[in-house]
Design a binder for this molecule. Sequence first.
Ligand SMILES: C[S@@+](CC[C@H](N)C(=O)[O-])C[C@H]1O[C@@H](n2cnc3c(N)ncnc32)[C@H](O)[C@@H]1O
Length: 348
Amino acid sequence: MLVQKTITMLSLVLWQIPNQPSDPDSACKKEAYDSDSLQCVSQNKETANHALYQAHLYDITGGFLFDPGHCDYASGQMSLSVDADRCGCDFVSSYEQSRLPIMREVERSVLGCDYGGTSWTTRVQADGIAKILNLQAGVNHLDVGSGSGWPALFLARSSGCDVTLVDIPMIALSLANQRVAEEGLDNQCRAIVASGAALPFAAGAFDSLSHSDVLCCLPEKMEMLQECRRVVRSQAAMLFTVISISPGLAQADYAQAVEAGPPFIEAPAEYSQMVRESGWRIIGRQDVTADFAVSLRTLVATMTARADEIAAAIGADELLEQKQHRQSQILAVEKGLLKREIFHCLAV
Ligand SMILES: C[S@@+](CC[C@H](N)C(=O)[O-])C[C@H]1O[C@@H](n2cnc3c(N)ncnc32)[C@H](O)[C@@H]1O
């Protein structure tokens, strides 16, 4: 017990993510996407889904990665393993807005990168993920709830590892695909529409795994953790971030935390317990709520400073709604109702 505690504390000390990016000049910047090129995706989801599978699933069906038992397909006809509309949270409009030049600037000022990120993972934390997971060429990494590629594509580019992205909204994966093509990462990256709670991969297919603020965005937390465990090899590492409700809150504070937090912030048990019960051992845990608060304040400050440009791009009402939501999150964090943590786990 004491040994276990000492090891945990030791790894916590060794494992603090630094405050500065390792390479501040790295080209973590992309011009806005051409909105016309993506219209077909939102207008014709089925065709676009099929095209995505053709491009990014066929190439691995013959390999060890793909497990037909976990994906609904027959006689060469690919179909989705999930209903594309069955996503825990609605991120579609966030991904649509993320293509706008002003929103890319806002994202750069808040996170330090512009992949259309919808988590609170900063550039510095992404550097930390690569280091802690020892990502490098030859490592086969899975990012669940990858969105439009933050931080998965950044990890592929900065470390040289192979990355598989999994998420549900087509637009997110299309944006990721576009960036993959533009950055010439085709040989390293693939994007697949699937639920984190029903991954279409064979057992032990991956060397490492990450997810950023995904568990607080879907109801099937245990299922996702179990699926994550199933698809990695023994002793593989998983690093994830999650926003949760501080323990022991009075009823009114709890209600405020639920209101301010991500849509599925309520969890049936502590994450440490769920992680252990799904076949993982926690070897590091870092509270990054202070960084989360800084990002939120930077976002609100940028929304205020660039209000005219943002309102012109997304509409004044939308801007007001987003700003009020972020302000409510700041209040909840300042009151100690919400926390954001990084977990580093090993598959047992
Ligand atoms: C907070 S966002 C993080 C996205 C991205 N990783 C990032 O850091 O910007 C959470 C993501 O989880 C995805 N998600 C929600 N439910 C999911 C599910 N059942 N399976 C896979 N992804 C899911 C959402 O679509 C969204 O893209």
